[in-house]
Design a protein around this ligand. Structure first.
Ligand SMILES: [Cu+2]
Length: 672
C-alpha cells in the first residue's frame, strides 16, 4: 500500500484537460472503486469532491444536463439512500437512485465531467448504488472503452466470500496482523448439495453472471441510450440455460441427480444457510428445509406467479404473444425466443409487461424473501436478490430450471430443422477429437480482502487475503478435420458442444435430451481452403471464455506506472470479463472418467454472418460486437430444436461427434 500511495502523488495529472489517456482513465476508475466505503485516496479526485460543480455547464452533458438536474434535486431534498446501508438492484427505489447516477455518468460528454461527478457522488451517495452505477457506466460509456473494471470480488468481497472469512479479516485488520485466510464452501458434508458448492460459489462464474446482467440490463431503455441491445431476450435465455445445463453436468460428475424444477405449489425441499454477510446490514437471511411458498408482502402473491406463468404458457401454446395494443406478435419462429426472453426476464423490451409480468425478477425476490415473507424480522434481502450471490443458493438452479423448462416448451414447439436447412454444400466434417488429457483439478486462488475491512488514512494497510479452491483443467487441444470439396475457399462457422452421455442411473440420454443438455464450448469463424483442413483449437481461445482480470492492486500499479512514465497501457485482453473463466470451460468429471458426447458442426459462414466482412475478423465476439450479435443463427444452433428422426444426424456430412471422458482424480494444487 505504501508504494501505491507514493505513486498516487506522482500521478497528479491531466484530469482537468480535455484529453485523458487510457492510463489516466484506468487510474481514475481504479481510485473511484478502491476502498469505496472509505475516504478517496487519490488527492486530485479528493479535491474534486468539494470543488467540482455538477451543474456547472450543460454543454458537458449530451442530454443538456437533464440527468444531473434530476439527481441534484434528489440530493438537495435529502431523498437519496444513506451511506453504510445495503443496496439491492431488485429494490425499485434503490435501483432508480443508482440509475440516476448511471445516467449522469453516461451522459457526461467528456472525461473531466465523468470523473468530477464520480468523485462528487462517491462522497454523497450510497456506496452500493455508486459501485453499480460506475460499473454500468464504465461498461456502456464510449469514454471508457479501454478501461478494465477491477475484479468485483476485490471491490465488494463481502458478496463473494463467507462471514467466517470476513470476521477473520476484520480481526487481522484490528490486530494489524497480515493474514491469508482459507475460504471453505458453504455447508457441511452431511448436505449432499455441498458437493457442487464449488460451482455455485465460484467467484469467476459469479463475476460472469454479474457482468452479463450489467451488459444486458433489464432496465436498459433504448430511448435514453445510443443503441439497442441486440437479441437481449434470447441472450438471457441462453446464458441461464447454459448455467442450468452446466450445473446438471457438475451434479452428474458428483453422482447427484439433475436439478428438479421448483414450483409455486410444491414445497421448497432444500433450505439454505448462506453464511454470508453484508458489509452493512447484517447477515443474509436463511431458509429452512421443506417450506411452502408464501405470499410476500409488497412483492407478489403466490397465485400471481401462477397466473403469470399460465399467461406465458398460453402464449407458447398459441404461438403468439399479445402486445399492449392488443395486436399479435408471432413467436413460432427463430425470433420467438428473443420475445419470450424479453417477457420472462421482463425488461423495457417486453411487448406487454402489464400482462406478462416480470416472472424472473419477481421470482428471485419471492424466493429470496421466503425466510421472512411478511417483513416481521426486518431482514435484509436474501442471496437471490443479488446477482453476485444468487447462485450460492441451490434453489437458484431449481428456479432457473423452472424457467428453462418454459423456454424448452417454446423451442420444442418449433418445427424440426430439415436436412436442407442444416447442410453445407461440399463441406464434410471428418472427425473431431481431443489431444491431451481431459482432466480437471482444484487449485487455490488467492485474492485480496483489503477492501472488505474498514481503515483510516493514517494507519498503513496490512496484507489480508483469502484463498479458495477453484476448478481448473489441464491444457488440451480440440482437433477437427474438415474437407471442402467446393474447389474454392469458403467461410465456415464451427460450433462445438458437449453433452453428458448418461444420466445418474447410467441410462443413456436420448439424442433429444442430449441436445437440450448440450454445453456450448466454442464458436468461431474459419476459412476453409479447398481439400483437407485441419483445425486446432485450445480452450484459452474459446470465444466463450475470458482470462482472469489482473488483481486490483496490479491494475493500480500498472496504471500508475504508465502514467508516471508516459507509456501506454496494454490491458486489451481483459477489457471484457463477460465470458466464463477460461479455466472453467470443462465440467468437473470424476475419477472413473465421465463420458461426454463431443460434437462439431460446421455451417455456411456466408449465410451465418450477421455483420459484413465478419470473416476477416477472426475474433468472434460471443456477446455481440458494437451492439450487433455477429451470428444469424439462434443460440445453441443446431441443437436448440427437437429432432423428429434421429437418422437425420447420420445423413448430415457437416457434423461429427466422438465420445470423450473427463477425469478428476481429486488433485488439489496449492499455490503458496
Ligand atoms: Cu441471472
Amino acid at each position: 500500500m505504501k508504494a501505491i500511495a507514493l505513486l498516487c502523488l506522482l500521478s497528479l495529472g491531466s484530469i482537468g484537460s480535455v484529453f485523458a489517456s487510457d492510463a489516466q482513465k484506468q487510474h481514475d476508475v481504479n481510485y473511484m472503486l478502491w476502498k469505496v466505503n472509505e475516504e478517496m485516496r487519490d488527492p486530485t479526485m479528493k479535491g474534486l469532491e468539494e470543488t467540482f460543480e455538477p451543474e456547472g455547464a450543460s454543454a458537458h452533458y449530451d442530454d443538456g444536463g437533464a440527468s444531473i438536474h434530476k439527481l441534484m434535486q434528489e440530493l438537495e431534498q435529502h431523498r437519496l439512500l444513506e451511506q453504510k446501508h445495503w443496496f439491492s438492484l431488485f429494490n425499485t427505489r434503490q435501483r432508480h437512485e443508482a440509475l440516476m447516477l448511471y445516467d449522469v455518468l453516461e451522459h457526461s460528454s467528456d472525461w473531466a465531467t465523468f470523473v468530477g461527478n464520480a468523485a462528487y457522488f462517491r462522497k454523497r451517495m450510497n456506496e452500493g448504488e455508486f459501485v453499480y452505477a460506475v460499473y454500468a457506466a464504465v461498461l456502456h460509456s464510449s469514454l471508457t472503452r479501454h478501461v478494465v473494471l477491477p475484479p468485483l470480488y476485490e471491490v465488494t468481497p463481502h458478496m463473494f466470500t463467507n462471514s467466517e472469512v470476513i470476521t477473520e479479516a476484520y480481526r487481522a485488520k484490528m490486530t494489524q496482523t497480515p493474514a491469508k485466510i482459507k475460504s471453505s464452501f458453504t455447508g457441511s458434508q452431511s448436505n449432499p448439495e455441498q458437493r457442487v458448492a464449488y460451482f455455485g460459489e465460484d467467484i469467476g462464474m459469479n463475476t460472469h453472471h454479474v457482468m452479463w446482467h450489467l451488459e444486458f440490463p433489464f432496465w436498459w431503455d433504448d430511448s435514453h441510450e445510443s443503441h439497442h441491445l441486440d437479441r437481449k431476450g434470447e441472450n438471457f435465455f441462453w446464458v441461464h440455460h447454459q448455467l442450468t445445463v452446466r450445473f446438471d453436468a457438475e451434479r452428474l460428475s458428483n453422482y447427484l441427480a439433475p436439478v428438479e424444477e421448483l414450483h409455486w405449489e410444491d414445497p421448497i425441499h432444500e433450505g439454505f444457510a448462506p453464511h454470508t454477510m453484508y458489509k452493512y446490514g447484517g447477515h443474509f437471511p436463511s431458509r429452512p428445509d421443506e417450506i411452502i411458498f408464501e405470499d410476500v408482502d409488497g412483492v407478489a402473491r403466490v397465485r400471481d406467479m401462477i397466473i403469470t406463468e399460465n399467461r406465458i404458457r398460453d402464449a407458447i401454446a398459441h404461438g403468439y404473444v399479445t402486445a399492449k395494443d392488443g395486436s399479435k406478435i408471432n413467436i413460432r419462429d427463430a425470433h420467438g425466443i428473443d420475445v419470450l426472453g424479453d417477457i420472462i426476464e421482463s425488461s423495457t423490451y417486453s411487448p406487454n409487461a402489464q400482462y406478462y409480468g416480470a416472472l424472473h425478477n419477481t421470482a428471485h425476490v419471492m424466493l429470496g424473501r421466503q425466510g421472512d415473507p411478511h417483513g416481521k424480522y426486518d431482514l435484509p434481502p436474501g442471496v437471490l436478490e443479488h446477482f453476485e450471490t444468487a447462485t450460492r443458493d441451490p434453489a437458484f438452479f431449481r428456479l432457473h430450471k423452472y424457467m428453462d423448462n418454459i423456454f424448452k416448451e417454446h423451442k420444442h414447439s418449433l418445427p424440426a430443422y430439415t436436412k436442407e436447412e442444416l447442410e453445407f454444400t461440399g463441406v464434410a466434417v471428418d472427425s473431431i477429437g481431443v489431444e491431451g488429457p481431459l482432466e480437471t483439478y482444484f487449485e487455490d486462488f488467492e485474492y485480496s480482502l483489503l477492501n472488505a475491512v474498514d481503515d483510516t488514512v493514517e494507519i498503513d494497510d496490512v496484507d489480508i487475503s483469502t484463498f479458495v479452491p477453484r476448478l481448473n483443467h489441464k491444457d488440451f487441444t480440440v482437433k477437427i478435420d474438415v474437407t471442402n470439396n467446393n474447389g474454392e475457399t469458403v467461410d465456415g462457422t464451427v460450433r462445438i458442444f458437449a453433452y453428458p452421455r448418461f444420466d445418474n442411473n447410467h441410462v443413456k440420454f436420448t439424442l433429444n435430451e442430449g441436445f437440450w443438455n448440450a454445453i456450448e464450448l466454442d464458436k468461431f469463424w474459419v476459412k476453409l481452403a479447398p481439400g483437407a483442413n485441419h483445425i486446432v483449437r485450445k480452450p484459452s481461445e474459446s470465444s466463450l471464455t475470458v482470462p482472469d482480470v489482473p488483481c486490483f492492486k496490479s491494475l493500480i500499479e500498472q496504471a500508475d506506472a504508465a502514467l508516471a512514465s508516459g507509456s501506454e497501457l496494454h490491458l486489451e485482453e481483459f477489457e471484457s470479463s463477460l465470458g466464463l473463466p477460461n479455466r472453467f470451460l470443462v465440467p468437473k468429471g470424476n475419477s472413473n472418467g465421465m463420458e461426454f458426447v463431443l460434437i462439431a458442426f460446421v455451417s455456411d459462414g456466408k449465410a451465418d454472418a450477421a455483420v459484413e466482412n465478419l470473416h476477416t475478423n477472426t475474433v468472434f465476439n460471443h456477446y455481440g460486437l458494437e451492439g450487433k450479435y455477429p451470428d444469424n443463427r439462434p443460440h445453441g444452433y443446431p441443437l436448440d430444436r427437437h429432432i423428429d428422426d434421429e437418422r437425420l444426424i447420420n445423413e448430415l456430412p457437416n457434423w461429427s461427434h466422438s465420445i470423450v471422458k473427463v477425469f478428476n482424480h481429486g488433485e488439489h494444487i496449492h499455490h503458496n
